[in-house]
Design a protein around this ligand. Structure first.
Ligand code: TYM
Length: 347
């Protein structure tokens, strides 16, 4: 498979299942924005993924528009690139079914995110939650995407996507070659997990990931929090009594300090070492206001723009409709080839 060269293309997605937070922003959206300079990018609002856990039908449309507005407000250009919601391109579900028949039960049984999300109530969660990673593989591979910017928590799902691509290429190898696709039909998508904030932690507990589902709003900074809310949450953020170290090694076993320094570094676009060069020796009483100023300067304009865009749902819907049509044009071609490779008879 080493031989075949695939055109470079970026795909990633975010679930519309609650308010977006600083982890989504620093772990994913900031990278999405950067990659627009060097790649053709497709950014999806993954509503099919969201319904793997219950979503109120009266709230889901606003959640879909909110993620779309956040993409645009953060600097994603929906004209140059593609922004759309997953449920408007039925091929996602179609390819996911084929992948359900390629992926092995044992592979899915190893998924730690399913184990965490299902918890003790495993008999009662949806089948969709279990099959979630095969849909994610379909999202990426439907566009033959080669690069996938994500936070650290998605690493295992990306590995599964690679395994699925490889097994499909192997199982159908003869058919792929016979139909003129060379030695591989799907690329091996590469995760892009980079920078100081690939895993932003809760502000209340530096050993837990910052997450939409944490019942405490104090645990996270939402992308639409105003300056006062950001200031309050950072002031209340858990820390330890020591001053900041001057070198990174000094952050070992200090999860809360490490988290705040990582956030600072990611927002400022510098390394943790650089943050500590400037702030080493400072007490949190001095560091926290500096961090607050930085966060407010970055997030406040984005939050304002999200609120402005949300006043005009018809505009957001037109972006999604346009993006979906362009995404579908690519998806249809992939599905035609997949059907031929698998041996389905088609119109
Ligand atoms: P989701 O919606 O949970 O999160 C969206 C993105 O934000 C990242 N992220 C974080 N990064 C750093 N620190 C955190 N605390 C943090 N929390 C979330 C996630 O890693 C992700 O990049 N399965 C995916 C959505 C998805 C997808 C895809 C992604 C569906 N299909 C195809 C890439 C390609 C998810 O649930 O992300």
């Amino acid at each position: 498979m080493a031989g075949k060269q695939f055109k470079q293309r970026v795909f990633s997605g975010i679930q519309p299942s609650g308010s977006l937070h600083l982890g989504n922003y620093l772990g994913a959206i900031v990278k999405f924005v950067e990659l627009q300079q060097s790649h053709e990018c497709i950014y999806c609002v993954v509503d099919l993924h969201a319904i793997t856990v219950w979503q109120d039908p009266n709230e889901l449309p606003a959640a879909i528009r909110d993620v779309t507005a956040s993409y645009i407000a953060a600097g994603i250009d929906p004209k140059k690139h593609i922004v759309f919601n997953q449920s408007q391109v039925a091929e996602h579900a179609e390819l996911a079914w084929v992948f359900n028949c390629v992926a092995r039960l044992g592979w899915l049984n190893r998924m730690t995110q399913f184990k965490e999300k299902a918890g003790k109530d495993r008999e009662n969660v949806s089948v969709g939650l279990y099959a979630y990673p095969t849909l994610m593989a379909a999202d990426i591979l439907l566009y033959l995407a080669t690069h996938v910017p994500v936070g650290e928590d998605q690493k295992q799902h990306l590995e599964l996507s690679r395994d699925i691509a490889q097994k499909f290429n192997n199982d159908f190898g003869a058919s792929i070659a016979a139909r003129g696709h060379g030695e591989a039909f799907f690329p091996q998508p590469e995760p892009l997990i980079q920078g100081p904030a690939t895993r932003v932690m809760s502000l209340r507990d530096g050993t837990k990931k910052m997450s939409k589902s944490d019942p405490s709003d104090q645990s996270r900074i939402n992308m639409t929090d105003d300056a006062d809310a950001i200031a309050l949450k950072i002031r209340r953020a858990k820390t330890d009594p020591d001053a900041l170290p001057s070198e990174e090694k000094g952050l070992d076993h200090r999860p809360e300090a490490d988290n705040l320094v990582s956030i600072y570094a990611a927002v400022a676009g510098i390394s943790k070492a650089e943050v500590l060069r400037h702030h080493g020796g400072a007490q949190f009483s001095a560091f926290k206001p500096a961090l607050t100023d930085l966060l407010v300067a970055k997030l406040d304009p984005i939050g304002k723009e999200v609120r402005r865009l949300m006043q005009d749902p018809a505009y957001i819907d037109s972006i999604l409709a346009d993006g979906s049509a362009r995404a579908q044009a690519i998806a249809t071609e992939t599905m035609k080839a997949v059907k031929d490779i698998v041996g389905f008879v088609r119109r």
